[in-house]
Design a protein around this ligand. Structure first.
Ligand code: URA
Length: 249
């Protein structure tokens, strides 16, 4: 197994305004953070600072709120157990989005979904504010494995397994990379792909005459959705979780 990613910190010397620092942490909305600072509740390196525009060294400053030490991180990474019926977007005029499922302090972090799950697909979705990380997870160049459990009409067979392994060509001529298909039961299978074309798993199975009735993403790389994370639940990723994303299971 090779580890190629362990999360990124901001540049050591990066200086940011104190109110932004607090807001980035999810402490409160920016206007509230200004009030907290003006009220003398925030100390930087042991000194009370009451000017919200004061610049702090984000990575090294010791900042406290009401005496509690805060740890600033530029980049944040979360996993969400996405329920069906929610759109993978940052905003939508009519429908509930994955960001609407987050508590308010996380909604302020500028997170976006890493790739997309269909509205009716459930399971593991990553959220971050780190564009480079998202690119590495999504880009076929890095071939990160995404594993799905599907319920289908009919039952896949050995010919389907071979066709997936060969690399399917869909009805519209789209060529898919070789993928792994495992039969997990009557009308049930597991699919592992290393790319993320539009409705990819559904289209692959439909092309073999096995339309999908339910789809759930189980894992990305060697990072699995924990059983104890309930639908709609969110959890911040630790450094070792980030490494797992780029490991082969
Ligand atoms: N493939 C699909 O068809 N849908 C998803 O949501 C994810 C992968």
């Amino acid at each position: 197994m090779t580890t190629i990613f362990a999360g990124r910190e901001g540049k050591d010397t990066e200086k940011i305004r104190l109110d932004k620092y607090l807001c980035d942490l999810g402490a409160a909305p920016r206007s509230e953070c200004r009030k907290l600072i003006r009220a003398g509740r925030v100390c930087v390196d042991g000194v009370t600072v009451t000017a919200p525009e004061t610049k702090v060294e984000a990575a090294s400053a010791a900042v406290t709120l009401d005496g509690e030490r805060l740890a600033w991180k530029k980049y944040r990474y979360f996993m969400l157990n996405k329920p069906a019926g929610i759109v993978t977007a940052t905003e939508d005029k009519r429908q509930k989005t994955v960001l609407d499922l987050l508590p308010p302090e996380l909604q302020r972090l500028g997170l976006f979904p890493v790739g997309r799950l269909d509205r009716d697909t459930r399971g593991l979705l990553l959220l971050t504010n780190d564009g480079d990380f998202a690119h590495r997870v999504i880009s076929p160049k890095f071939a990160v494995e995404k594993r799905y459990d599907a319920r289908v009409e009919g039952t896949p067979d050995e010919a389907d397994i071979a066709a997936f392994a060969q690399g399917l060509v869909l009805g519209d001529g789209t060529k898919c990379r070789p993928a792994r298909l495992e039969i997990t039961g009557q009308g049930a299978c597991r699919v592992t792909v290393t790319e993320g074309k539009y409705h990819q798993v559904k289209r692959m199975l439909a092309s073999r005459g096995k339309p999908v009735t339910e789809l759930k993403r189980l894992s990305i790389g060697a990072l699995f959705l924990p059983e104890e994370l309930e639908e709609g639940g969110v959890r911040e990723l630790a450094e070792e979780d980030l490494c797992r994303v780029f490991m082969v299971r």
